[in-house]
Structure formats: C-alpha cells, structure tokens
Design a protein around this ligand. Structure first.
Ligand code: NAD
Ligand code: UDP
Length: 315
C-alpha cells in the first residue's frame, strides 16, 4: 500500500490529535511535532504504542529536520486566552513556523497544508464571509498577534507557491469544537460546558448578541483531509466551517438545557476587537472538495458534553 510519511505540527493539540488519529487509521506513518504549550500528551497517549506514530517534542521556531511526503502545519495556540499570553511568541510561531515548514516542504518536495483561520477576516463587514473578502483587521490590537501572524503565514505560503512552486493548500478554519479541548482552553464552548457541568456562572462577554458558527471536529477533519487530497494546483484558500450561525446568548441557553444545569448567566465586559459576527460561506468547499459539515450543533454539543463529563469525573 501507499504509506505516506506525514508531519503534523501542533499534532498534540485539539484538532491536531484528531488529525493524527485519522491519518494513522488511513495507514500512514505520522510524525507529530509539538512543544506542548497548549497541546497535551493525554491527547495522543492512545497513539503512542502504534509503531507508525512518533512524537517529537519540538518548537517550530527550531529548524525542522525530518523527511516527509506531506506536512500539515497546525502549530499555533488558537484560543485568545493562550495566544494573548505571549503575543510576541504567537506572531513568531505563525511566521517562523510557516518559514520552517515551507522550507522543509521545498526540500522534501512535500505537499503542505496551512491551518489558516477565519480570523484573517478580522471583525468582518461582509456577511457571511467568502474567500474573496479581504477582511477588516486591526494591525495593532490584542488579537493582531494571531490575526496578522496568520495573514503573514498565508502570504508566505503563496510566495513559496509562486516563487518556488511548492505544492501548497490553505484552509481557513472557522470556530471548531469537540472532545480534547482543554478544560481551561478559554474558548466559548469549552468554557460554557465546563461552567454548566459545575453549576458555575456562565460567563457571557458583552451582551451575548455576537454570533459565531460552530463546526464539530469530525467534520473539520474530513474537510482538512479532502483539501490535502484535492487536485494539484488547487491551492485555496478555502473556508472550512459550519454555516449554522448562533448568538452567544442562544449558545449559553442551549448548553444549560442540554446539561440540565442550574448555572446562572452573568455578563462580563467584551474584550477589545471581539468580532461581532462570523459565518463561513462554504460554496467553494462544496464545489471543489465535495465537502460540507453533517454534524448538527445539538449532536456535537452532546458528544462534547459527554467528553467533559468524563474528564471532570476523573479529576
Ligand atoms: P490547540 O491550541 O489545541 O493546538 C495548537 C497546537 O500547537 C498545540 O498542541 C500547541 O502545543 C502547539 N504549538 C503551539 N505553539 C507551538 C510552537 N511554537 N511549536 C510547536 N508546537 C506549538 O488549537 P487547535 O484548536 O487544535 O488549533 C489547531 C490549528 O488550527 C491552529 O493553527 C489554529 O490557529 C487553527 N485554527 C483552529 C480553529 C478552532 O476553532 N479550533 C479555528 C481557526 C484556526
Ligand atoms: N465568549 C464568551 N464567554 C466566554 C468565552 C468567550 O462570551 O467565556 C465569547 C467571545 O467574546 C466571543 C465568542 O464567545 O465573542 C467566541 O469566543 P472564542 O474565544 O471561542 O472564539 P473567537 O472569538 O476566537 O471566535
């Protein structure tokens, strides 16, 4: 069979660990590289005995020396709490991490996929967001280390494609959730579920009228895999996400209902530059990748709630 050697940077994180699992299931040889900043060994512990899985504890700021046929570049903290913890490092991770993985792709003639983000659209004035929209991003706010870092990474991907013919694929991931998010991840779904399960106050930032559109991780992994296997020359960027839009207030009520929680809702100040609305336009992914999400929010939330219940039981 055609066993590929695949490098996944950020492979011990939330999305990365699901991706490593999937790639192993498909019969590949997987090298997971992670500095364990937000990633966790527990996410990949069940893969450690597999002879075709290898974990390398390494920062993408260091030169990367591996031989591979494909690269998925996911290394970068994704939760605002974590990417704002050391914003200078976050910017470096996106930019230098892109340079190192692209250099590796060039040397190995490997196909390389970049995990870009809906944050490249900033606080969007166009709704829903198509790939052609160039965004409304603050270059010097508290989210800029992430947004501008990811934008620069996209620039580098396309420059390596044009200048060196590197076989690139760029996906713009919209809010994704599911099992293996950290208890203290800080993003909204994990926060609300953990608060609801503990009957703690549910913390809404602002009035809760801002919207997001949430994609369950299994759907996201399928989309990422479809993009990696898509026809040569189709570089993207392509939006991957679930267009089912919801306000944070509605989300809080839904999670209270699904968990049967006694939590109260409290309203806290809205952080700077928090996008007012976000919803992917996914016609490109539908047409080019024959992909669209299938897991409903209720179903995905139920599976995620089950995961957090088991984690809390074993604390
Ligand atoms: P995550 O924080 O769980 O995963 C990121 C992983 O990268 C972690 O394992 C972390 O330890 C690792 N990492 C961070 N800095 C590193 C460095 N300098 N060197 C090596 N490893 C490093 O987040 P996630 O949600 O799994 O996100 C994965 C990727 O997808 C990220 O690039 C993120 O920007 C992108 N993305 C995610 C979402 C989402 O909603 N989950 C949305 C848009 C984009
Ligand atoms: N949010 C919230 N309470 C929380 C965490 C987040 O109301 O405990 C809000 C946040 O202000 C934002 C939305 O939920 O408007 C999504 O936040 P998240 O950090 O999950 O992702 P992002 O803002 O990057 O889309």
């Amino acid at each position: 069979m055609n066993r590929k050697r695949i490098l996944v940077t950020g492979g011990a994180g939330f999305i990365g660990s699901h991706l490593c699992e999937k790639l192993l299931e498909e019969g590949n040889d997987v090298v997971c590289m992670d500095n364990l900043f937000t990633g966790q060994k527990d996410n990949i512990r069940h893969l450690m005995d597999n002879p075709y899985f290898e974990f390398i504890r390494q920062d993408v700021l260091e030169n990367i020396y591996v031989e591979c046929d494909q690269i998925y570049n996911l290394a970068c903290p994704a939760s605002p709490v974590y990417y704002q913890y050391d914003p200078i490092k976050t910017g470096k991770t996106s930019v230098i991490g892109a340079l190192h993985t692209l250099g590796l792709a060039k040397r190995c003639q490997a196909r390389i996929l970049q995990a870009s983000t809906s944050e490249v659209y900033g606080d969007p004035e166009v709704h829903p967001q198509p790939e052609s929209y160039r965004g409304c991003v603050n270059p010097n706010g508290i989210r800029s280390c992430y947004d501008e870092g990811k934008r620069m990474a996209e620039t580098l991907f396309f420059d390596y494609y044009r200048q060196h013919g590197v076989d690139i694929k760029v996906v713009r991931i919209f809010n994704t959730y599911g099992p293996r998010m950290r208890l203290d991840d800080g993003r909204v779904i994990s926060n609300f579920i953990v608060q609801a399960l503990k009957n703690d106050d549910i913390t809404i930032y602002g009035q809760g009228q801002q919207t997001r559109s949430f994609c369950y991780v299994d759907d996201m992994i399928k989309g990422i895999r479809c993009m990696m296997d898509s026809q040569e020359g189709f570089t993207g960027p392509v939006n991957l996400g679930n267009p089912n839009e919801i306000t944070m207030l509605q989300l809080a009520h839904k999670i209270i209902e699904l968990t049967g929680s006694k939590s109260k809702i409290v309203f806290l100040p809205l952080p700077q530059d928090d996008p007012v609305q976000r919803k992917p336009f996914i016609e490109l992914a539908k047409n080019k990748l024959n992909w669209e999400p299938t897991v409903t929010l209720e179903n995905g939330l139920e599976r995620t709630i089950e995961y957090f219940m088991s984690i809390l039981r074993h604390l």
